[in-house]
Design a protein around this ligand. Structure first.
Ligand code: 8YV
Length: 327
Protein backbone atom coordinates (compact mmCIF):
# COMPACT_ATOMS: atom_id res chain seq x y z
CA UNK A 1 0.00 0.00 0.00
CA UNK A 2 1.00 3.62 -0.50
CA UNK A 3 3.09 5.42 2.09
CA UNK A 4 0.97 6.96 4.81
CA UNK A 5 0.76 10.75 4.60
CA UNK A 6 2.70 12.76 7.16
CA UNK A 7 0.32 14.76 9.35
CA UNK A 8 1.70 17.41 11.69
CA UNK A 9 -0.70 18.26 14.51
CA UNK A 10 0.23 21.50 16.25
CA UNK A 11 -1.51 21.01 19.62
CA UNK A 12 -2.38 18.22 22.05
CA UNK A 13 -5.80 16.80 21.03
CA UNK A 14 -8.10 14.39 22.94
CA UNK A 15 -6.53 10.92 23.27
CA UNK A 16 -9.22 9.24 21.16
CA UNK A 17 -8.50 11.62 18.27
CA UNK A 18 -4.73 11.17 18.52
CA UNK A 19 -5.05 7.37 18.64
CA UNK A 20 -7.16 7.34 15.47
CA UNK A 21 -4.72 9.67 13.71
CA UNK A 22 -1.82 7.38 14.62
CA UNK A 23 -3.68 4.39 13.16
CA UNK A 24 -4.50 6.11 9.90
CA UNK A 25 -1.56 8.39 9.22
CA UNK A 26 2.11 8.96 9.88
CA UNK A 27 0.96 11.37 12.57
CA UNK A 28 3.47 13.69 14.24
CA UNK A 29 1.65 14.67 17.38
CA UNK A 30 2.49 17.59 19.61
CA UNK A 31 2.33 16.42 23.17
CA UNK A 32 3.24 19.92 24.38
CA UNK A 33 0.00 21.72 25.06
CA UNK A 34 1.26 25.14 24.08
CA UNK A 35 1.02 27.01 20.78
CA UNK A 36 3.81 26.38 18.29
CA UNK A 37 6.27 29.20 17.78
CA UNK A 38 6.60 30.57 14.21
CA UNK A 39 9.92 28.71 13.94
CA UNK A 40 8.22 25.43 14.92
CA UNK A 41 5.41 26.09 12.44
CA UNK A 42 7.98 26.62 9.68
CA UNK A 43 9.63 23.28 10.56
CA UNK A 44 6.16 21.70 10.42
CA UNK A 45 5.23 23.01 6.96
CA UNK A 46 8.60 21.86 5.60
CA UNK A 47 7.82 18.20 6.36
CA UNK A 48 4.04 17.88 6.54
CA UNK A 49 1.85 16.58 3.72
CA UNK A 50 -1.04 17.77 5.87
CA UNK A 51 -0.89 20.44 8.58
CA UNK A 52 -3.50 20.33 11.36
CA UNK A 53 -3.35 23.77 12.99
CA UNK A 54 -5.67 25.38 15.54
CA UNK A 55 -6.76 28.94 16.14
CA UNK A 56 -3.51 29.59 18.02
CA UNK A 57 -1.34 29.01 14.94
CA UNK A 58 -0.97 31.99 12.64
CA UNK A 59 -0.54 30.30 9.26
CA UNK A 60 0.32 33.49 7.39
CA UNK A 61 2.13 34.24 4.12
CA UNK A 62 5.50 34.24 5.89
CA UNK A 63 4.95 30.70 7.18
CA UNK A 64 3.46 29.46 3.90
CA UNK A 65 6.42 30.86 1.96
CA UNK A 66 8.57 28.27 3.76
CA UNK A 67 6.23 25.34 3.01
CA UNK A 68 7.70 22.44 1.09
CA UNK A 69 6.00 21.30 -2.14
CA UNK A 70 4.65 18.24 -0.29
CA UNK A 71 2.23 20.39 1.75
CA UNK A 72 -1.13 19.93 0.00
CA UNK A 73 -3.71 20.30 2.76
CA UNK A 74 -4.30 22.46 5.83
CA UNK A 75 -7.00 20.64 7.81
CA UNK A 76 -7.72 23.13 10.55
CA UNK A 77 -9.06 21.96 13.91
CA UNK A 78 -11.80 24.58 14.37
CA UNK A 79 -14.39 26.52 12.42
CA UNK A 80 -12.97 30.04 12.19
CA UNK A 81 -10.25 30.32 9.53
CA UNK A 82 -9.08 33.88 10.13
CA UNK A 83 -5.72 32.53 11.33
CA UNK A 84 -4.99 31.11 7.87
CA UNK A 85 -3.99 33.19 4.85
CA UNK A 86 -6.50 31.65 2.43
CA UNK A 87 -5.34 33.64 -0.62
CA UNK A 88 -1.72 32.56 -0.23
CA UNK A 89 -2.79 28.95 0.38
CA UNK A 90 -4.84 29.03 -2.84
CA UNK A 91 -1.95 30.56 -4.81
CA UNK A 92 0.26 27.71 -3.61
CA UNK A 93 -2.38 25.11 -4.49
CA UNK A 94 -2.93 24.16 -0.85
CA UNK A 95 -6.47 23.06 0.06
CA UNK A 96 -7.91 24.33 3.36
CA UNK A 97 -10.64 22.65 5.44
CA UNK A 98 -12.33 23.48 8.76
CA UNK A 99 -14.80 21.79 11.14
CA UNK A 100 -18.17 23.56 10.80
CA UNK A 101 -21.38 22.37 12.40
CA UNK A 102 -20.04 20.32 15.28
CA UNK A 103 -19.44 23.27 17.62
CA UNK A 104 -22.57 25.23 16.76
CA UNK A 105 -24.67 24.13 19.74
CA UNK A 106 -21.85 24.43 22.28
CA UNK A 107 -20.99 27.93 21.11
CA UNK A 108 -24.66 28.95 21.23
CA UNK A 109 -24.86 27.57 24.78
CA UNK A 110 -21.87 29.70 25.77
CA UNK A 111 -23.52 32.73 24.19
CA UNK A 112 -26.64 32.22 26.32
CA UNK A 113 -24.49 31.54 29.39
CA UNK A 114 -22.84 34.94 28.87
CA UNK A 115 -26.17 36.72 28.25
CA UNK A 116 -27.48 35.30 31.54
CA UNK A 117 -24.22 35.84 33.43
CA UNK A 118 -24.08 39.52 32.46
CA UNK A 119 -27.80 40.24 32.94
CA UNK A 120 -27.99 38.44 36.28
CA UNK A 121 -24.51 39.41 37.53
CA UNK A 122 -23.49 35.79 37.97
CA UNK A 123 -19.74 36.28 38.34
CA UNK A 124 -20.15 39.37 40.55
CA UNK A 125 -22.37 37.35 42.88
CA UNK A 126 -19.91 34.51 42.91
CA UNK A 127 -17.07 36.86 43.75
CA UNK A 128 -19.12 38.28 46.64
CA UNK A 129 -19.70 34.83 48.12
CA UNK A 130 -16.07 33.81 47.72
CA UNK A 131 -14.84 37.07 49.24
CA UNK A 132 -16.46 36.11 52.52
CA UNK A 133 -18.11 39.54 52.81
CA UNK A 134 -21.68 38.56 51.89
CA UNK A 135 -23.94 39.67 54.74
CA UNK A 136 -27.04 37.78 53.66
CA UNK A 137 -30.03 38.34 51.42
CA UNK A 138 -31.23 41.87 50.83
CA UNK A 139 -34.10 43.19 48.75
CA UNK A 140 -31.85 45.45 46.71
CA UNK A 141 -28.75 43.26 46.65
CA UNK A 142 -27.18 42.37 43.30
CA UNK A 143 -30.11 43.41 41.15
CA UNK A 144 -29.67 42.61 37.52
CA UNK A 145 -32.04 42.88 34.60
CA UNK A 146 -34.72 40.46 33.39
CA UNK A 147 -34.00 39.12 29.91
CA UNK A 148 -37.56 37.95 29.13
CA UNK A 149 -39.36 40.42 26.90
CA UNK A 150 -36.15 42.08 25.74
CA UNK A 151 -34.83 42.40 22.19
CA UNK A 152 -31.85 40.36 21.02
CA UNK A 153 -29.94 41.60 17.98
CA UNK A 154 -27.80 38.89 16.40
CA UNK A 155 -24.96 40.04 14.16
CA UNK A 156 -24.28 37.11 11.83
CA UNK A 157 -27.21 34.74 11.30
CA UNK A 158 -25.34 31.63 10.23
CA UNK A 159 -25.44 28.26 11.97
CA UNK A 160 -24.38 29.64 15.36
CA UNK A 161 -26.56 32.76 15.15
CA UNK A 162 -29.60 30.60 14.42
CA UNK A 163 -28.80 28.24 17.30
CA UNK A 164 -28.56 31.30 19.59
CA UNK A 165 -31.93 32.53 18.29
CA UNK A 166 -33.60 29.18 19.09
CA UNK A 167 -32.33 29.25 22.66
CA UNK A 168 -33.09 32.93 23.20
CA UNK A 169 -36.70 32.43 22.14
CA UNK A 170 -37.06 29.94 24.98
CA UNK A 171 -35.96 32.68 27.36
CA UNK A 172 -38.58 35.05 25.98
CA UNK A 173 -36.32 37.32 23.94
CA UNK A 174 -37.54 38.57 20.58
CA UNK A 175 -35.15 37.92 17.71
CA UNK A 176 -33.65 40.54 15.41
CA UNK A 177 -30.68 40.11 13.13
CA UNK A 178 -28.29 41.76 10.76
CA UNK A 179 -26.53 39.70 8.11
CA UNK A 180 -24.93 40.26 4.73
CA UNK A 181 -28.10 38.79 3.25
CA UNK A 182 -31.48 37.76 4.54
CA UNK A 183 -31.78 34.14 5.59
CA UNK A 184 -34.38 31.89 3.97
CA UNK A 185 -37.96 33.05 4.68
CA UNK A 186 -38.75 29.66 6.28
CA UNK A 187 -35.96 30.17 8.83
CA UNK A 188 -37.06 33.76 9.46
CA UNK A 189 -40.62 32.53 10.03
CA UNK A 190 -39.55 29.67 12.31
CA UNK A 191 -37.46 32.00 14.48
CA UNK A 192 -39.91 34.91 14.16
CA UNK A 193 -36.79 36.88 13.36
CA UNK A 194 -36.81 40.46 12.12
CA UNK A 195 -34.17 41.33 9.54
CA UNK A 196 -32.42 44.70 9.77
CA UNK A 197 -30.61 45.71 6.61
CA UNK A 198 -29.10 48.62 8.53
CA UNK A 199 -26.84 47.50 11.37
CA UNK A 200 -26.87 51.04 12.78
CA UNK A 201 -30.66 51.10 13.00
CA UNK A 202 -30.75 47.69 14.67
CA UNK A 203 -28.10 48.64 17.25
CA UNK A 204 -30.09 51.68 18.35
CA UNK A 205 -33.07 49.52 19.26
CA UNK A 206 -31.64 46.40 20.92
CA UNK A 207 -31.26 45.37 24.56
CA UNK A 208 -28.79 42.54 23.90
CA UNK A 209 -26.31 42.31 21.02
CA UNK A 210 -24.68 38.97 20.17
CA UNK A 211 -21.73 38.76 17.78
CA UNK A 212 -21.91 35.55 15.75
CA UNK A 213 -20.24 36.48 12.46
CA UNK A 214 -16.76 35.39 11.34
CA UNK A 215 -13.79 37.76 11.54
CA UNK A 216 -12.98 38.90 8.00
CA UNK A 217 -11.62 42.17 6.57
CA UNK A 218 -15.29 43.25 6.23
CA UNK A 219 -16.15 42.57 9.89
CA UNK A 220 -12.96 43.90 11.53
CA UNK A 221 -14.11 46.43 14.18
CA UNK A 222 -17.68 46.14 12.88
CA UNK A 223 -18.72 47.20 16.37
CA UNK A 224 -16.69 50.40 16.15
CA UNK A 225 -16.49 53.32 18.58
CA UNK A 226 -19.15 55.12 16.51
CA UNK A 227 -21.52 52.12 16.50
CA UNK A 228 -21.06 51.46 20.23
CA UNK A 229 -22.44 54.95 20.77
CA UNK A 230 -25.69 53.87 19.10
CA UNK A 231 -26.33 51.38 21.92
CA UNK A 232 -28.28 52.33 25.04
CA UNK A 233 -27.11 52.57 28.68
CA UNK A 234 -29.17 49.42 29.39
CA UNK A 235 -27.75 47.41 26.45
CA UNK A 236 -25.38 44.50 26.82
CA UNK A 237 -22.96 43.02 24.27
CA UNK A 238 -21.90 39.38 24.07
CA UNK A 239 -19.10 38.06 21.84
CA UNK A 240 -18.35 34.37 21.24
CA UNK A 241 -16.98 34.92 17.73
CA UNK A 242 -13.67 36.76 17.40
CA UNK A 243 -12.31 39.66 19.42
CA UNK A 244 -11.39 41.61 16.30
CA UNK A 245 -15.06 42.17 15.42
CA UNK A 246 -15.29 44.70 18.29
CA UNK A 247 -13.06 47.73 18.82
CA UNK A 248 -12.01 46.47 22.25
CA UNK A 249 -10.60 49.78 23.48
CA UNK A 250 -13.82 51.57 22.55
CA UNK A 251 -15.84 48.82 24.25
CA UNK A 252 -13.82 49.18 27.46
CA UNK A 253 -14.43 52.95 27.37
CA UNK A 254 -18.18 52.48 26.82
CA UNK A 255 -18.34 50.01 29.72
CA UNK A 256 -16.29 52.22 32.04
CA UNK A 257 -18.45 55.24 31.20
CA UNK A 258 -21.66 53.19 31.67
CA UNK A 259 -22.66 54.12 28.14
CA UNK A 260 -23.65 50.44 27.94
CA UNK A 261 -24.65 48.21 30.85
CA UNK A 262 -22.33 45.24 30.44
CA UNK A 263 -20.50 42.79 28.22
CA UNK A 264 -19.77 39.08 28.11
CA UNK A 265 -16.61 38.24 26.21
CA UNK A 266 -15.29 34.78 25.33
CA UNK A 267 -12.83 36.16 22.76
CA UNK A 268 -10.40 39.10 22.67
CA UNK A 269 -8.50 41.18 20.16
CA UNK A 270 -5.06 40.05 21.31
CA UNK A 271 -5.63 36.65 22.95
CA UNK A 272 -4.44 35.62 25.44
CA UNK A 273 -3.61 39.22 26.39
CA UNK A 274 -6.55 40.97 28.03
CA UNK A 275 -7.04 44.71 27.74
CA UNK A 276 -6.14 45.88 31.28
CA UNK A 277 -9.07 48.31 31.25
CA UNK A 278 -11.49 45.37 31.01
CA UNK A 279 -9.97 43.73 34.08
CA UNK A 280 -10.85 46.74 36.20
CA UNK A 281 -14.56 46.58 35.39
CA UNK A 282 -17.27 44.73 37.30
CA UNK A 283 -19.84 44.85 34.51
CA UNK A 284 -17.97 42.51 32.19
CA UNK A 285 -17.76 38.72 32.25
CA UNK A 286 -14.52 37.38 30.81
CA UNK A 287 -14.03 33.82 29.58
CA UNK A 288 -10.86 32.22 28.12
CA UNK A 289 -12.18 31.31 24.62
CA UNK A 290 -14.27 28.39 25.89
CA UNK A 291 -17.20 28.57 23.44
CA UNK A 292 -16.59 25.15 21.93
CA UNK A 293 -14.78 23.65 24.93
CA UNK A 294 -16.69 20.41 25.50
CA UNK A 295 -15.14 16.96 25.33
CA UNK A 296 -17.89 15.86 22.92
CA UNK A 297 -17.22 18.84 20.68
CA UNK A 298 -13.47 18.31 20.61
CA UNK A 299 -13.92 14.63 19.64
CA UNK A 300 -16.40 15.59 16.89
CA UNK A 301 -13.95 18.22 15.63
CA UNK A 302 -11.18 15.60 15.53
CA UNK A 303 -13.40 13.22 13.58
CA UNK A 304 -14.18 15.96 11.07
CA UNK A 305 -10.48 16.71 10.64
CA UNK A 306 -9.82 12.99 10.03
CA UNK A 307 -12.65 12.68 7.46
CA UNK A 308 -11.38 15.78 5.64
CA UNK A 309 -7.85 14.35 5.49
CA UNK A 310 -8.97 10.87 4.40
CA UNK A 311 -11.24 12.21 1.67
CA UNK A 312 -8.50 14.47 0.37
CA UNK A 313 -5.87 11.71 0.41
CA UNK A 314 -8.30 9.45 -1.50
CA UNK A 315 -8.38 12.09 -4.25
CA UNK A 316 -11.79 13.65 -3.59
CA UNK A 317 -12.89 17.12 -2.54
CA UNK A 318 -13.04 17.11 1.27
CA UNK A 319 -16.50 17.84 2.73
CA UNK A 320 -15.43 20.97 4.62
CA UNK A 321 -13.28 22.66 1.98
CA UNK A 322 -12.99 26.40 2.70
CA UNK A 323 -13.05 28.86 -0.22
CA UNK A 324 -12.26 32.56 0.05
CA UNK A 325 -15.57 33.49 -1.58
CA UNK A 326 -17.40 31.98 1.39
CA UNK A 327 -16.45 35.06 3.39
C1 8YV B 1 -11.90 26.42 18.66
C2 8YV B 1 -12.97 28.49 17.60
O1 8YV B 1 -11.60 26.15 19.98
O2 8YV B 1 -13.63 26.95 15.96
C3 8YV B 1 -13.36 28.09 16.23
O3 8YV B 1 -13.42 28.98 15.35
O4 8YV B 1 -12.72 29.61 17.84
C4 8YV B 1 -12.91 27.53 18.71
O5 8YV B 1 -14.18 27.01 18.87
C5 8YV B 1 -10.66 26.74 17.92
O6 8YV B 1 -10.92 27.18 16.65
C6 8YV B 1 -9.77 25.55 17.78
O7 8YV B 1 -8.84 25.76 16.76
Amino acid sequence: SAKKPTIVVTRKLPDAVETRMMELFDARLNLDDRPMTPAELIEAVKVADVLVPTVTDRVDARILAQAGPQLRLIASFGTGVDHIDLATARQKGITVTNTPGVLTEDTADMTMALVLAVSRRLTEGERLVRSGTWEGWGPTLMLGHRIGGKRLGIIGMGRIGQAVAKRARGFGLSIHYHNRRRVHPDIEAELEATYWESLDQMLARMDVISINCPHTPATYHLLSARRLKLLRPTSIVVNTSRGEVIDENALARALAGREIAGAGLDVFEHEPAINPKLLELDNVVLMPHMGSATIEGRIDMGEKVIINIKTFIDGHTPPDRVLEQMF
